[in-house]
Write a protein that binds this ligand. Structure first.
Ligand SMILES: NC(=O)c1ccc[n+]([C@@H]2O[C@H](COP(=O)([O-])OP(=O)(O)OC[C@H]3O[C@@H](n4cnc5c(N)ncnc54)[C@H](O)[C@@H]3O)[C@@H](O)[C@H]2O)c1
Length: 253
């Protein structure tokens, strides 16, 4: 039985992950940490450090400020960590990389298999249409703290990598000049209860193609995070992502 610890257990995603684990054979939640009060069918507390019971993997859907605490917990137990929280600073990203030399760490701003495929298709389109203007439009619920979304940044990085060039521009309203050839624009909308929508536009003079993904339920991300946790068990230290998880699935088929 894989014993999972959830950080941010009472958040929107933490609850969805707990629900998913409950219906997953061979996995259970051994502890949930959250600074917000709440009750659950498993032991809960306000910090990871306060837990002394058994843990095989930690899944984090909390706040980026928790990155160090999550990594410390994983390192102190020599267990893998799934970091699904978004918005990390450069320093926090460096901590993640350093920890991944000692334990397996899964990092993805989007745990959806569909988004992993969207990223792959965008890389292909970016390379095939090097002259096309690339623009990303992302929409999320009005409680989301970070903008642009980690997923939009991940897609932009993929386009940059595929082209070997690119400048991410998130706030066009601050500019008074024409669009640059290398720009990868990101526009963020925050409204209502939108779970997550990403549209990527590749526009040429007389035609454009748009590739889009819509998530209708948080269960999509919870499923991916639980799959990632199971995938990490027994893996060597390293930094893993959805692309690697998909590759493993494909090589098995
Ligand atoms: N990778 C993905 O697929 C994916 C999908 C959805 C959301 N997210 C990200 O996951 C994070 C959480 O999203 P959410 O919608 O569940 O947010 P949320 O605000 O509903 O939940 C966050 C929870 O973390 C808790 N928390 C905050 N600080 C904490 C601390 N110091 N210790 C323990 N718990 C703490 C909060 O009390 C809250 O319950 C965000 O960064 C979001 O962008 C990632």
């Amino acid at each position: 039985m894989i014993k999972a610890v959830i950080n941010g257990a009472f958040g929107r995603m933490g609850r969805a992950v707990a629900e998913k684990i409950e219906e997953t054979d061979g996995m259970c939640v051994s502890y949930g940490a959250d600074i917000a009060p709440g009750t659950a069918a498993f032991p809960v507390g306000d910090s990871l450090a306060g837990f002394t019971g058994e843990a095989d993997v930690v899944i984090d859907f909390s706040h980026r400020s928790q990155t160090e605490a999550v990594l410390d917990f994983a390192l102190s137990r020599s267990i893998p960590a799934v970091i699904a929280t978004t918005g990390q600073t450069e320093d926090e990203k460096r901590l993640i990389e350093a920890a991944s030399e000692k334990v397996p760490v899964f990092l993805s701003a989007n745990m959806s298999v569909g988004v992993a495929l969207l990223c792959r298709l965008c890389k292909e389109a970016a390379a095939a249409l090097p002259e096309a203007d690339a623009e990303i439009i992302e929409k999320h619920h009005n409680k989301k703290l970070d903008a642009p979304s980690g997923t939009a940044l991940m897609i932009a990085e993929g386009i940059k990598e595929a082209r070997g060039r690119g400048e991410v521009v998130c706030d066009r309203s601050a500019r008074r000049e024409a669009r640059g050839r290398d720009e990868i624009g990101i526009q963020s909308l925050r409204a209502g209860n939108i779970v997550g929508e990403h549209e990527v536009l590749f526009a040429l003079g007389n035609e454009h193609i748009a590739i889009s993904h819509s998530a209708f339920s948080r269960a999509v991300f919870a499923d991916g995070a639980v799959r990632a946790a199971a995938f990490l068990i027994g893996k060597k230290p390293g930094l893993y992502n959805m692309e690697k998880l998909l590759e493993q699935g494909e090589s098995r088929e």
